[in-house]
Structures are given as structure tokens and as C-alpha cells.
Design a protein around this ligand. Structure first.
Ligand code: 8IG
Length: 264
């Protein structure tokens, strides 16, 4: 049986063959609400079905793409994942981390992890982007295999966060809390999140960020608040509304990423 790292190397070889791009420099993972922003990144050199690369599953959720795009931006080759494998799909942590590991094996030195999430601050209206400054992983597991005691101090690159705030001074920061999902939280769980220091709640990102750090990549995390966290407004949460908030914010997210990525 191959290790997750060998599997990622195999996928990177297939990626180079299928895209015709020998090396990639920066990876982006487009989460809920971020897909419409992808065209602002630059010209697509190639687009493939992610399931055509070894080790990747087909997408499970409406609004999560399942494509992989190679984009040329200036002198930089971007590897853009239009969607991701989520922990709640039950395919295991290796499947969740396979994308960032493949990006690392393909040459990427940095990864931009985006997601759609619930927000705990009333001032974050749906459609507000928030930088991830730290995380709390409530999945109860790690994406790392074996006794590799990876340091997560400054997991979310202070350099890249400063760069983002230089470009967009109003950009707020928060602590992202990953729940396993796929159900949303109860109001009591959201009160717990507030008590332990969380600002954003979602079902992705932390396991990928850990794998990216293990692989030596610089990590930038940006959340798009698509809904107030459960119990904050009295309204129920609804997946269609989440997708709508993403569409409405797409232009702004595209401009933000388009400005940041060339400077990574
Ligand atoms: I979009 O409110 C989106 N994803 N756990 N909670 C969790 N995940 C989410 C939420 C949310 N909104």
C-alpha cells in the first residue's frame, strides 16, 4: 500500500501530463461561494476533471465543482481546485488532504484555502470576507500520519495576512472552527464556539491547512461569511441561501484574490 505522500506524487505526475504544465507555484482551493470568483484569477491554460487524477473522488455536493484548473497569472502557474473533498463525505482524512499534498508535490510553495462559513460577529453580514488568523480543529482527528509533531504556531502566514490587509485595510480576521458536519451547529454549540474563542464555523480547511504546513507550504486562509451562525438571528440555515450569498459576493472575492495572488 502506498503512503499518502506517494499517492500525491503519483497524482502530481498525472497532473503534469494532463495539463501540460510541468510545475505549479501557488494552489487555491475554492470553497462554497468562491467558485464564481475563479475567472478573475487569470487565463485558464487547462481544465481537467479532478476524478481523472489518481486518488481523487468525484464531488459530492451541489455547488462544489470537482474540476482542477491550471491558470497562468503573470509568471506564476496557479493550480486551482474548484471544490474539495470534505471530511463529512466519510472518505477519510487522507482523501481530505490529498489535494494540498498533490499541490505540494506539483511544486506549490503556498496554498490559499477558501471556504464559506457561518459567522459569529453580527457585523459580518452575509458576503463578508474574513481572514483566518488561527483555527480550532473540532474534528477529533489529524490529517498527519504517524508521529510527526508538526508545529502549528503561525499556521496562517502572518506575512500573507499582512499582505491581504495592505491590499484591503478593512479586511477583518477571525478564528475558524471546523466541525465535522454535515449538519450545521445547534445554538448551544455556537455559544460553545464563542466561549472557546471561535469567530467562524465551517466544515473544512483545518485538516487541509495542517497537511499543507506539514508539506512545508505557506498557508493563507480566507473565509466568506455566507450566513450568521446558528441561533444568532432566529432564522434557520439553508444551503441555497449560502450559495446565493456566494454569487452575490463573487465579484468582490474575485477582485480580492486577483489582487492578492500575484503578490504571494
Ligand atoms: I457556507 O454555519 C457554511 N458552512 N459548520 N456552520 C458550519 N458550516 C458552514 C456554515 C455554518 N455555513
Amino acid at each position: 500500500m502506498s503512503t499518502p505522500y506517494e499517492a500525491a506524487s503519483e497524482a502530481a505526475v498525472a497532473l503534469a501530463e494532463k495539463t501540460g504544465v510541468e510545475r505549479h507555484d501557488v494552489a487555491l482551493v475554492m470553497g462554497s461561494g468562491w467558485l464564481p470568483a475563479v475567472d478573475a484569477l487569470g487565463e485558464a491554460v487547462a481544465e481537467i476533471d479532478i476524478a481523472d487524477l489518481p486518488g481523487f473522488a468525484a464531488p459530492a455536493v451541489a455547488g462544489h465543482g470537482g474540476k482542477l484548473r491550471s491558470v497562468r497569472s503573470g509568471d506564476t502557474n496557479l493550480l486551482v481546485f474548484l471544490g474539495r473533498t470534505h471530511y463529512y463525505e466519510g472518505l477519510g482524512v487522507a482523501a481530505v488532504a490529498h489535494g494540498v499534498r498533490t499541490a505540494a508535490a506539483a511544486g506549490c510553495r503556498a496554498v490559499v484555502l477558501t471556504n464559506g462559513c457561518g459567522g459569529l460577529k453580527p457585523e459580518w453580514a452575509p458576503g463578508t470576507p474574513v481572514l483566518i488568523k488561527d483555527h480550532i480543529n473540532l474534528t477529533g482527528t489529524s490529517s498527519i500520519v504517524g508521529a510527526n509533531f508538526v508545529d502549528l504556531t503561525d499556521l496562517y502566514s502572518p506575512r500573507l495576512r499582512a499582505l491581504c490587509q495592505e491590499i484591503e485595510p478593512d479586511l477583518d480576521e477571525g478564528v475558524y472552527v471546523q466541525f465535522p458536519g454535515p449538519h450545521y451547529e445547534t445554538p448551544a454549540e455556537i455559544r460553545m464556539v464563542a466561549a472557546i474563542g471561535g469567530d467562524l464555523v465551517g466544515m473544512s480547511t483545518t485538516l487541509e491547512a495542517i497537511a499543507a504546513r506539514e508539506a512545508g507550504m505557506e498557508v493563507l486562509g480566507i473565509s466568506l461569511v455566507t450566513n450568521a451562525a446558528a441561533g444568532m438571528t432566529g432564522e434557520p440555515l439553508n444551503h441555497e441561501e449560502v450559495l446565493e450569498a456566494g454569487k452575490a459576493a463573487a465579484t468582490r472575492m474575485g477582485e480580492l484574490l486577483g489582487a492578492i495572488v500575484p503578490r504571494i
